[in-house]
Design a protein around this ligand. Structure first.
Ligand SMILES: [Zn+2]
Length: 162
Protein backbone atom coordinates (compact mmCIF):
# COMPACT_ATOMS: atom_id res chain seq x y z
CA UNK A 1 0.00 0.00 0.00
CA UNK A 2 1.08 3.53 -0.59
CA UNK A 3 0.62 6.50 1.63
CA UNK A 4 1.07 10.01 0.32
CA UNK A 5 1.07 12.47 3.21
CA UNK A 6 0.36 15.32 0.80
CA UNK A 7 -2.91 13.81 -0.31
CA UNK A 8 -4.67 13.63 3.01
CA UNK A 9 -4.57 15.77 6.06
CA UNK A 10 -1.66 14.44 8.10
CA UNK A 11 0.92 15.74 10.53
CA UNK A 12 4.52 14.56 10.76
CA UNK A 13 5.37 13.61 14.34
CA UNK A 14 8.83 14.61 15.50
CA UNK A 15 8.47 14.39 19.25
CA UNK A 16 8.20 11.23 21.35
CA UNK A 17 5.63 12.77 23.68
CA UNK A 18 3.33 13.41 20.73
CA UNK A 19 3.43 9.68 19.98
CA UNK A 20 2.62 8.86 23.60
CA UNK A 21 -0.34 11.23 23.47
CA UNK A 22 -1.55 9.78 20.17
CA UNK A 23 -1.37 6.27 21.57
CA UNK A 24 -2.72 6.81 25.06
CA UNK A 25 -5.37 9.31 24.05
CA UNK A 26 -6.98 5.99 23.17
CA UNK A 27 -8.53 6.78 19.79
CA UNK A 28 -5.54 7.88 17.76
CA UNK A 29 -4.59 6.74 14.31
CA UNK A 30 -0.98 6.58 13.20
CA UNK A 31 0.79 5.76 9.99
CA UNK A 32 4.41 4.70 9.83
CA UNK A 33 6.02 5.04 6.42
CA UNK A 34 9.26 3.67 5.06
CA UNK A 35 11.74 6.01 3.33
CA UNK A 36 10.27 5.10 -0.06
CA UNK A 37 6.73 5.65 1.20
CA UNK A 38 5.95 2.23 -0.18
CA UNK A 39 5.22 0.06 2.78
CA UNK A 40 3.60 1.30 5.89
CA UNK A 41 1.89 0.34 9.06
CA UNK A 42 -1.48 1.95 9.73
CA UNK A 43 -2.57 1.64 13.36
CA UNK A 44 -5.96 2.34 14.91
CA UNK A 45 -6.31 2.54 18.66
CA UNK A 46 -9.31 1.90 20.86
CA UNK A 47 -9.58 2.17 24.61
CA UNK A 48 -10.92 -0.83 26.54
CA UNK A 49 -12.77 0.12 29.66
CA UNK A 50 -14.17 -3.25 30.64
CA UNK A 51 -13.32 -4.36 34.13
CA UNK A 52 -11.31 -7.37 33.03
CA UNK A 53 -8.66 -5.06 31.61
CA UNK A 54 -6.25 -2.93 33.58
CA UNK A 55 -7.30 0.76 33.51
CA UNK A 56 -5.73 2.51 30.54
CA UNK A 57 -5.55 -0.58 28.35
CA UNK A 58 -5.62 0.19 24.63
CA UNK A 59 -6.41 -2.26 21.85
CA UNK A 60 -4.35 -1.89 18.71
CA UNK A 61 -5.82 -2.59 15.28
CA UNK A 62 -4.10 -2.48 11.94
CA UNK A 63 -5.69 -1.30 8.74
CA UNK A 64 -4.99 -3.47 5.76
CA UNK A 65 -6.61 -2.46 2.50
CA UNK A 66 -10.02 -1.39 3.73
CA UNK A 67 -10.24 -3.78 6.68
CA UNK A 68 -9.25 -3.41 10.29
CA UNK A 69 -7.71 -6.34 12.13
CA UNK A 70 -7.01 -6.73 15.79
CA UNK A 71 -3.26 -6.67 16.32
CA UNK A 72 -2.54 -6.63 20.04
CA UNK A 73 -2.80 -4.84 23.33
CA UNK A 74 -0.99 -1.91 24.84
CA UNK A 75 -0.81 -1.37 28.58
CA UNK A 76 -1.10 2.04 30.23
CA UNK A 77 2.62 1.74 30.97
CA UNK A 78 3.29 1.55 27.24
CA UNK A 79 4.08 -2.13 26.76
CA UNK A 80 2.78 -3.62 23.52
CA UNK A 81 1.98 -7.32 23.40
CA UNK A 82 0.44 -9.77 21.01
CA UNK A 83 -2.37 -11.75 22.55
CA UNK A 84 -3.97 -15.05 21.62
CA UNK A 85 -6.60 -13.23 19.55
CA UNK A 86 -4.02 -11.67 17.27
CA UNK A 87 -3.81 -13.19 13.80
CA UNK A 88 -0.38 -11.74 13.17
CA UNK A 89 3.01 -13.37 13.53
CA UNK A 90 5.98 -11.54 15.04
CA UNK A 91 7.73 -11.14 11.70
CA UNK A 92 4.87 -9.34 9.92
CA UNK A 93 5.09 -5.68 8.89
CA UNK A 94 2.16 -4.81 11.13
CA UNK A 95 3.66 -6.27 14.30
CA UNK A 96 7.13 -4.92 13.60
CA UNK A 97 5.56 -1.54 12.87
CA UNK A 98 3.64 -1.50 16.15
CA UNK A 99 6.73 -2.38 18.17
CA UNK A 100 8.70 0.25 16.31
CA UNK A 101 6.13 2.98 17.00
CA UNK A 102 6.07 2.10 20.69
CA UNK A 103 9.86 2.15 20.75
CA UNK A 104 9.85 5.59 19.10
CA UNK A 105 7.49 6.84 21.80
CA UNK A 106 10.19 6.40 24.43
CA UNK A 107 13.28 7.17 22.39
CA UNK A 108 13.69 10.66 20.94
CA UNK A 109 17.03 9.77 19.38
CA UNK A 110 15.40 6.99 17.39
CA UNK A 111 12.85 9.47 15.98
CA UNK A 112 15.60 11.95 15.12
CA UNK A 113 17.69 9.37 13.30
CA UNK A 114 15.04 7.09 11.87
CA UNK A 115 14.47 6.98 8.11
CA UNK A 116 10.89 5.95 8.96
CA UNK A 117 8.31 8.71 9.31
CA UNK A 118 5.30 8.70 11.57
CA UNK A 119 2.12 10.72 10.99
CA UNK A 120 -1.15 11.37 12.73
CA UNK A 121 -4.27 12.58 10.92
CA UNK A 122 -4.71 16.01 12.49
CA UNK A 123 -7.39 14.71 14.84
CA UNK A 124 -7.53 14.67 18.60
CA UNK A 125 -6.39 11.25 19.84
CA UNK A 126 -9.00 11.33 22.58
CA UNK A 127 -12.19 12.46 20.81
CA UNK A 128 -11.42 12.53 17.10
CA UNK A 129 -12.18 16.21 16.53
CA UNK A 130 -10.03 18.05 14.00
CA UNK A 131 -7.13 19.88 15.59
CA UNK A 132 -6.97 23.42 14.36
CA UNK A 133 -3.75 24.95 15.56
CA UNK A 134 -0.08 24.13 15.45
CA UNK A 135 0.05 23.93 19.23
CA UNK A 136 -2.54 21.16 19.49
CA UNK A 137 -1.36 19.42 16.33
CA UNK A 138 2.05 19.15 17.94
CA UNK A 139 0.49 17.64 21.07
CA UNK A 140 -1.88 15.32 19.16
CA UNK A 141 -4.68 16.08 21.62
CA UNK A 142 -7.01 19.06 21.64
CA UNK A 143 -7.48 21.75 24.22
CA UNK A 144 -10.76 20.35 25.54
CA UNK A 145 -9.35 16.88 26.03
CA UNK A 146 -5.88 17.60 27.33
CA UNK A 147 -6.87 18.10 30.94
CA UNK A 148 -8.92 14.89 31.09
CA UNK A 149 -6.18 13.02 29.29
CA UNK A 150 -3.56 14.06 31.83
CA UNK A 151 -5.90 13.13 34.69
CA UNK A 152 -6.43 9.67 33.17
CA UNK A 153 -2.73 9.14 32.67
CA UNK A 154 -2.07 10.09 36.28
CA UNK A 155 -4.64 7.60 37.44
CA UNK A 156 -3.60 4.68 35.24
CA UNK A 157 0.18 4.76 34.95
CA UNK A 158 2.84 3.57 37.27
CA UNK A 159 4.53 6.98 37.16
CA UNK A 160 1.28 8.63 38.16
CA UNK A 161 0.88 6.33 41.15
CA UNK A 162 4.42 6.52 42.43
ZN1 LIG B 1 -10.45 15.86 21.90
Amino acid sequence: MEFNPQEISSYLITNKDTILNCIHGGKGQLVLTSPTGQSHCYLFLKPRNEREFQPGTIFVYVKHESYKYYLGMLTADNVFKLTCNSRFEYDTEAVKGAYYIVKMSSNQELINKSPMKLYHFCRCARCGRLLNSEQWLELGIGRRCMHKYLEDRKRTTWDGNS
